[in-house]
Design a protein around this ligand. Sequence first.
Ligand SMILES: Cc1cc2nc3c(=O)[nH]c(=O)nc-3n(C[C@H](O)[C@H](O)[C@H](O)COP(=O)(O)OP(=O)(O)OC[C@H]3O[C@@H](n4cnc5c(N)ncnc54)[C@H](O)[C@@H]3O)c2cc1C
Length: 355
Amino acid sequence: MSLLPPVAIRGSSLSGLAAALSLSSLPSPPPVTLYSSPPSPPPDPHIGVGVWSTALSLLPPPLRADLSGRGAFLSAAGYRAVDGRWLHRTSLPPGRLLFLPQGELLERFEAALPPSVSRRPAAEYEGGEHGVTVGAEGACSPTRALLHPSCPGPQPGGYHVFRGNSPHPAGEAFQTWGRGGRKRFAVVPMSAEASTWFATVDSGLLPPSPSFDRRSFLLSHFSSFHPPVPSLISSSPPPLLSPSLSHPPSPPPSHPSLCLVGDAHRLLDPVLAMGFTLAIEDAYSLATHYPDLPAYHRARAGRRRNAAAASALVGALAQPSVAGVGEARDALLGVVPGVVKGAVFDWVMEASLRG
Ligand SMILES: Cc1cc2nc3c(=O)[nH]c(=O)nc-3n(C[C@H](O)[C@H](O)[C@H](O)COP(=O)(O)OP(=O)(O)OC[C@H]3O[C@@H](n4cnc5c(N)ncnc54)[C@H](O)[C@@H]3O)c2cc1C
């Protein structure tokens, strides 16, 4: 029998599943109960999502191999101006960033859980029943609200994100940085016949009625973007739409029996494709420190800060709200030598992945 306190995990999306997996893989694991409530709206299983090597390297080798076989590692990416000019192109080290369908990521984590993990509906959770509660409930986590009673909940980031899948190949992965209106378009090829993409737009530009035609709206805002941006949008089924939200910075919690993982821990603007990566890293750091929860939160503070800083910097550069900033950025990137740009871009990427 384990001497570690029993743990309740509230939320069974990726961060809850990863926490259940990491804790139940300890040499003498604590009893783990996973409390679930169905997400609303349900996630689109076909949307492609990125997972960085800092998270993949923590996973048991069979799960890592399973995930790697269901997606593709990105080997190169580029940043483009609205007219299609390449502002910078970069190659990624092998094995650095895996893209795979979101549904397969969640399904493979589910399948990797040992039968010792108990499953219960969220409504049955009672705080006093377990030694430790892990909040994995996403942006509006009730466990986060308990730990940070004076901090406001998630704050709007000022833009909305549309996500879609096109049956057309994108060729290579690229991001096109807009020149105002917080517009940005990014696409990653998922196979020889399909691509997954996202587009950002200033929240103030959205029509007041929530039932607007998303594809036509996007086409009207991205018609001046270079090919194949308009055709990727028009060939996709109606895209998903979500507001960008972020948690204001807060000190690491020091509670002895409550802790946070994933988006409940700290929500970032979704511009670096880091959410799932941070969720998996949180889960394995929690298992390393369990049951010393304050030590876990202290260990993750630097990593979370770096990711937030990189996300803010990239967001400001890539999707400015004011038109002149985008023009000045493109002109500057046009004259800076490639070797200098390469060093700066690589430094930002590495800094965003450091703890
Ligand atoms: C537009 C967009 C694009 C993104 N792209 C990427 C990407 O490419 N790569 C990447 O890594 N990340 C990406 N992310 C971020 C990623 O989706 C999140 O970081 C990730 O889903 C966080 O997982 P989570 O388990 O912490 O939270 P969630 O996915 O929000 O899951 C929380 C779960 O808890 C449940 N729940 C809520 N309340 C309770 C309760 N009281 N009790 C029990 N359960 C509860 C919910 O129903 C849900 O199932 C993107 C996010 C957005 C918005």
